[in-house]
Design a protein around this ligand. Structure first.
Ligand code: PMP
Length: 482
């Protein structure tokens, strides 16, 4: 790459490099995905200091024109896709679902989604899989983790998890507004284990438990196996309907509220600070515990309020997080934040269950956090997901009938689509499958499958895949109407 520099110019050299590369991108001479010269080679060819090139690349990165892949170099970003609609028309029916007994469907839905994911040529718009986010550097980091920790890596370890990792997670949470110490943390096998440990500890058979309706169906199945009774409080575009919540706190005196306050699964809704404070106040007034699941933490592309746990002075809230959605689900590292008297019994339960999370997995996550790559990786994921979300919103606008509505999430990987009530969901899902698009009936996200017609769409795909999948679904929806 030729970068002519005017050393007598009043413009700083790094800005001249920036402008030249920007022009190459704008003219199309550099295409999205193209790799920029390495810092060393550009410094040599332009006869400038490496720091000057680093400065130029950092400004281009801050402008969103390029992005860094740790260990691989700098690449030209994909141009932003405009967001066609900024407000949601989502206004679903507000019906509370009371379920004294429910059957489980998690196993079947999980297995079907796994098999769709492994099927080449299938567009899986349903599953909770984050898009493969180019973690080339992870192999390098994994090797470094193995070397550094040496032989202690292969021994039994603390049930609550390695201290270094807990210290790093505590620091990360403090930056997100949640003041915790390593002594408040328990490392778990994904957040799913944290949810299961917490629910088995707090809930007894016959207890009433409040969930958002719709909610993460993995929790509905845990509650079903516990023989808990479930109250589904409807979601609005702002979060759980708090008026209805108060009514049912009063009449049913539930033991616990399960909430996904940030980038809710399946709707993508993030609640406001005011909603969080009110939810906590209500829980305290009715002596009800809160289980706050923040599985999509870090995937917001607009600022989000601190978790409900950050407001909790009375140890009412147990908080759950995970690296599944930001790094990789297969590594199975999640964590719980527990304060007060419940911490020790939960650590003991963790020990009873499986002693501790694999030390190898913990060391890899720990090394990733220590290397500083995680923050940069999140910034890259956020901008990539924002592009995909915009691509999906604009495809929905173009291909879906006018009476269909959907949420507009500020991050995460899902949006939620409310479908016409006269649609047969099994027939629609089957028709989509015959066109190689995998979707699942969203009613499995409601207690007892008792909700309105809907589907959860995962937008963490390439824009062209989204375009193809949504155009097929839109065509099918129009066929059903005619
Ligand atoms: N909570 C929510 C809301 C989820 O969506 C998921 C995964 N889909 C989990 C928990 C479990 O994730 P993991 O065990 O991989 O951390």
């Amino acid at each position: 790459m030729k970068i002519p520099l005017d050393r007598n110019s009043a413009q700083a050299v790094y800005l001249q490099i920036r402008d030249r590369i920007r022009r190459l991108i704008e003219s199309g001479a550099l295409q999205p995905g193209d790799q920029l010269p390495s810092i060393r080679s550009l410094a040599e060819s332009t006869r400038v200091n490496k720091l000057t090139v680093i400065e130029a690349y950092s400004v281009l990165e801050a402008d969103g024109l390029v992005y860094a892949r740790p260990g691989a170099g700098y690449f030209v970003s994909v141009p932003p896709i405009a967001c066609p609609q900024s407000t949601s028309h989502f206004a679903p029916p507000q019906e509370v679902i009371l379920s004294e007994q429910q059957g489980g469907s998690f196993f079947n839905v999980y297995m079907a989604s796994l098999s769709a994911h492994q099927h080449t040529g299938m567009i899986n718009l349903s599953g909770g899989f984050p898009e493969d986010s180019g973690l080339e550097d992870l192999q390098r980091i994994a090797r470094r983790a193995m070397n550094q920790v040496g032989s202690t890596l292969f021994n039994y370890d603390l049930p609550q998890g390695q201290l270094t990792l807990r210290q790093q997670i505590a620091r990360m949470l403090v930056q997100r507004g949640l003041e915790v110490t390593p002594e408040n943390l328990i490392i778990t096998n994904g957040s799913k284990q944290g949810l299961s440990l917490a629910l088995h500890y707090y809930v007894q058979p016959g207890d009433w438990v409040i969930v958002e309706s719709p909610t993460y169906h993995g929790v509905l199945d845990i509650l079903s196996s516990l023989k808990a009774r479930v109250i589904g409080i409807p979601m609005t575009a702002e979060g759980m309907n708090l008026e209805l919540l108060e009514q049912y706190l009063h009449t049913h005196r539930p033991k616990l509220i399960y909430t996904i306050s940030t980038l809710h699964n399946p709707t993508g809704v993030t609640t406001s600070q005011a909603h969080r404070s009110l939810l906590l106040r209500l829980a305290q007034r009715y002596h009800c515990l809160i289980l706050e699941d923040n599985a999509y933490e870090g995937l917001n592309f607009e600022p989000v309020p601190p978790p409900i746990k950050a407001l909790d002075q009375q140890d009412v809230v147990t908080y759950i997080g995970t690296f599944s959605k930001t790094l990789m689900p297969g590594i199975r590292v999640g964590y719980m934040v527990v304060t007060g008297e419940h911490y020790q019994p939960l650590v003991e339960r963790k020990l009873l269950h499986d002693l501790h999370v694999s030390t190898v997995s913990q060391a890899i996550i720990s090394e990733y956090l220590a290397s500083g790559h995680y923050r940069r990786h999140l910034a890259h994921l956020q901008s990539k997901h924002q592009q995909s979300r915009n691509a999906m919103l604009s495809a929905l606008e173009r291909y879906f009938p006018a009476e269909v509505s959907w949420t507009v999430p500020n991050g995460g990987i899902f949006l939620w689509v409310q479908l016409p009530s006269n649609l047969s969901m099994p027939a629609f899902c089957q028709a989509a499958l015959s066109h190689n698009v995998f979707i699942t009936d969203g009613t499995y996200c409601f207690p007892n499958h008792q909700g309105y017609n809907a589907m959860r769409l995962n937008f963490s795909h390439k824009p062209e895949v989204i375009e193809q999948g949504i155009s097929i679904l839109g065509g099918l929806l129009k066929d059903y109407q005619s």
